[in-house]
Ligand binder design. Structure first.
Ligand code: NAP
Length: 311
């Protein structure tokens, strides 16, 4: 079995959990070993590893700022990696292919909770549309390959994921690690205020990394249908409440200022998680405050914070 992106936030947990309960050989690798945007590297990877199952997690991802600054790169790299990998998987006789998509594929004003049946009912929020649409095209590819070649490709739509091992680099991080780092550093430097992007009114749904990994493994084992499946916690929280919670958990004592000149991103996000429960028995287990605590502890204890401030 091959897990692409196996050194990333989600991939590390997927590989570790698979190794815990599956004796099969599991390959994972960095983009330095095989750059999946290059056709020749994809071919070399299949020749070297000969996987029967591929879980495709490798992607170019980031928060609103990184998406806004790199729309071309996010579109190209995510589309080309997925298209080439799935094509070569088919040619190499892969038995099961798991494509991980994203909540960013949903229409900007999708009805809440987002239902898989309404995935195509509108254009995504502009800042993450290139990323979301590149990944959404891979759903079409998976369904087309199933129809024409009988290729067993499935497609998952996870909500925002967070947890230990997340990316805390401010140029590319998602909202939770960005806020944790901001609060911790402002607290240490005695800054009286922090400034947060947007108005605080949008809502998001978050899934702890272990839950996300568990859902991907369950789907790999039990789901073999063409329809996309949401993977989420179904807990909706406003960015304002998220900031309050992270301020409390990090012990930051200053005030929060909102920079409304910066984009808010999608107005609301909350998935209908019923299909995942029905089709492969997945429900999220980790409580959000508990997950945030573990993420903050990891950031503070694992040398990540010290390494980043020394850089
Ligand atoms: P991540 O931590 O950024 O990891 C991405 C991985 O992709 C890295 O290990 C990276 O390897 C690899 N990669 C990137 N470009 C590559 C290339 N050209 N060739 C080979 N490997 C390459 O991302 P993640 O958060 O774990 O996301 C995993 C999957 O879940 C992605 O498909 C993402 O779209 C999806 N997803 C994530 C979220 C979220 O909130 N994080 C939400 C919904 C869906 P190197 O580090 O070696 O370059």
């Amino acid at each position: 079995m091959t897990v692409t992106g196996g050194h990333g936030l989600v991939g590390r947990r997927v590989v570790a959990m698979l190794r815990d309960h599956s004796p099969a050989e599991i390959f994972s690798f960095s983009s330095k070993q095989y750059d999946l945007t290059r056709q020749a590297d994809v071919a070399r990877m299949f020749a070297d590893q000969r996987p029967d199952i591929v879980i495709h997690l490798a992607a170019r991802v980031g928060g609103i700022g990184a998406n806004r600054d790199n729309p071309g790169r996010f579109f190209y790299e995510n589309a080309i990696m997925g298209i080439e990998l799935m094509e070569q998987a088919r040619r190499n006789g892969v038995e099961k292919y798991v494509q991980v998509g994203t909540v960013c594929a949903y229409p900007k004003f999708a009805r809440v909770p987002f239902s898989e049946a309404e995935l195509w009912d509108g254009y995504p929020e502009e800042t993450n549309a290139p990323y979301g649409i590149a990944k959404k095209a891979l759903l079409v590819q998976a369904q087309a390959y199933r129809a024409q070649y009988g290729f067993n490709a499935i497609y998952l739509l996870p909500t925002n994921i967070y947890g230990p091992g997340d990316n805390f680099d401010p140029s590319s991080s998602h909202v939770i690690p960005a806020l944790i780092r901001k609060c911790v550093e402002a607290g240490e430097q005695g800054e009286p205020t922090i400034t947060v992007w947007g108005t605080g009114t949008p809502t998001r749904e978050f899934l702890y990394v272990d839950d996300a990994a568990n859902a991907i493994i369950l789907a790999t084992e039990r789901y073999d249908k063409p329809g996309p499946v949401n993977v989420g916690s179904s807990e909706e929280i406003s960015i304002k409440d998220l900031v309050d919670r992270i301020v409390t958990l990090t012990g930051y004592r200053g005030r929060v200022l909102w920079d409304a000149t910066k984009p808010d991103g999608q107005p609301r996000r909350k998935l209908n998680a019923e299909r995942a429960r029905r089709e492969f028995g997945f429900t999220a287990q980790v409580d959000f405050t508990q997950g945030l605590r573990r993420t903050i502890e990891w950031y503070l204890s694992d040398g990540v914070h010290l390494a980043s401030t020394a850089a």
